[in-house]
Design a protein around this ligand. Structure first.
Ligand SMILES: Cc1cc2nc3c(=O)[nH]c(=O)nc-3n(C[C@H](O)[C@H](O)[C@H](O)COP(=O)(O)O)c2cc1C
Length: 368
């Protein structure tokens, strides 16, 4: 087995971030690394992980531990998915193509963003790996339907609807830098390839592509009826990403969807909102028996995943770490990050005395 010592690739997350910083233009790095507002929530995400501590159990046989789990009906190598990250072309020319290939090699699902730099069909043709499609619900039901149908045809096996983005968060660093990858046309591939959107374009005289897309690509009036509509037009499992309250989780369960992603978008949307980790426990109590609970925002190491699983997550999304891997070394970089995370998770679980993922529960953690 190749070991980490064989490579010069950074092992520490902080080194990886530093290397990505040196490689990327300042405005691009800021776009990836920053959070909204004063970045209170960005920091809170990490502080929450530091406040929860693992209580290990010893003298248990962990020699048969496997990190394999079934998520959305498919067995994957570990309870880790690649979070939807838009516009990956800004950090590496191969963007999502490289990330999706790396995910497939590690047998982890790739969640492809609506605003990817390559179209969902191009990404699908690169890999036979498990892939899900993330939907920014457009303000035009015909386009919502078209995007979802294309995802089904291209072999995506779940739809993740991001619900925390009625509009873009107030990101101070991007505003200071006057940087918007969207306005630079970096995340439009799915719309460019969409027949229904192109039809709409042909009817709107003189409108530029970006202006037309800007009009509809977030739906600030998004509400539960839209979720019900989507439920009625697709048989694909639906996950709502951005849920932070037990109340919303309850409504989601009542709407008959398959799961939720407990997430604050990596601190990029509403600044001042609670750390994602602090939302898990009450949500688990409310819907743990009914919904698949996924989690993201702040996962950096294996021990973080142990804590999230103990507090109720069935699996986690990881965001910035793999994007930094992509920035530093393309597909190989993403694969390194995923390999390291898997190995770290395996060791952390074993040292915590977890002999099977099924037994991990809240008794394994304690607030410091
Ligand atoms: C540069 C960047 C772009 C993102 N783009 C999207 C996106 O297109 N759709 C989405 O639902 N979430 C998006 N997210 C949020 C991630 O899916 C995820 O919630 C977040 O990165 C998790 O936090 P972490 O980076 O601390 O792991 C993005 C995050 C980053 C850092």
């Amino acid at each position: 087995m190749e070991t980490i010592a064989d490579t010069t690739f950074p092992v520490q997350y902080e080194q990886l971030e530093e290397l990505a910083k040196r490689k990327l233009p300042n405005d691009v790095f800021d776009y990836v690394q920053s959070g909204a507002g004063a970045e209170e929530t960005l920091r809170a995400n990490r502080q929450a992980f530091e406040q929860w501590k693992i209580v290990p159990r010893f003298l248990k046989d962990v020699s048969h531990l496997s990190t394999k789990v079934k998520v959305n009906g498919t067995e994957i190598a570990a309870p880790i998915l690649l979070a939807p990250i838009g516009m990956q072309g800004i950090v590496h020319g191969e963007g999502e193509l490289a990330s999706a290939r790396a995910a497939a090699k590690e047998n982890l699902p790739f969640v492809s963003s609506t605003v990817s730099s390559y179209s969902m069909e191009e990404i699908a043709s690169e890999t036979h790996g498990v892939r899900w499609f993330q939907l920014y619900y457009p303000n035009d039901p015909a386009i919502a339907k078209s995007l979802v149908e294309r995802a089904e045809t291209a072999g995506y096996t779940a739809i993740v609807i991001t619900v925390d983005t009625a509009m873009l968060g107030y990101r101070e660093r991007d505003r200071s830098n006057r940087y918007s990858p969207f306005l630079l046309g970096k995340g439009i591939a799915n719309y460019e390839a969409d027949a229904v959107f192109n039809e709409r374009m042909s009817r709107s005289e003189n409108a530029s592509f970006l202006d037309e897309m800007k009009k509809i690509f977030y739906k600030s009036s998004l509400c539960w009826e839209d979720i019900a509509y989507l439920r009625s037009i697709t048989t694909l499992p639906i996950y709502l990403k951005g849920i932070l309250s037990a109340e919303d989780a309850r409504t989601a369960a009542d709407f008959g969807i398959e799961g939720i992603v407990v997430s604050n978008h990596g601190g990029r949307q509403l600044d001042g909102c609670i750390a994602s980790l602090d939302a898990l426990s009450s949500i688990k109590k409310e819907v743990g028996d009914e919904l698949t609970i996924l989690f993201d925002s702040g996962i950096r190491r294996g021990a973080d995943i142990v804590k999230a699983l103990a507090l109720g997550a069935d699996a986690v999304f990881v965001g910035r770490p793999y994007l930094y891997g992509l920035a530093v070394d393309g597909e190989v970089g993403v694969q390194r990050v995923l390999k390291q995370l898997k190995e770290d998770l395996f060791i952390s679980l074993s040292l915590a005395g977890v002999s099977s993922l099924k037994e991990l529960n809240e008794q394994w953690v304690q607030r410091a």
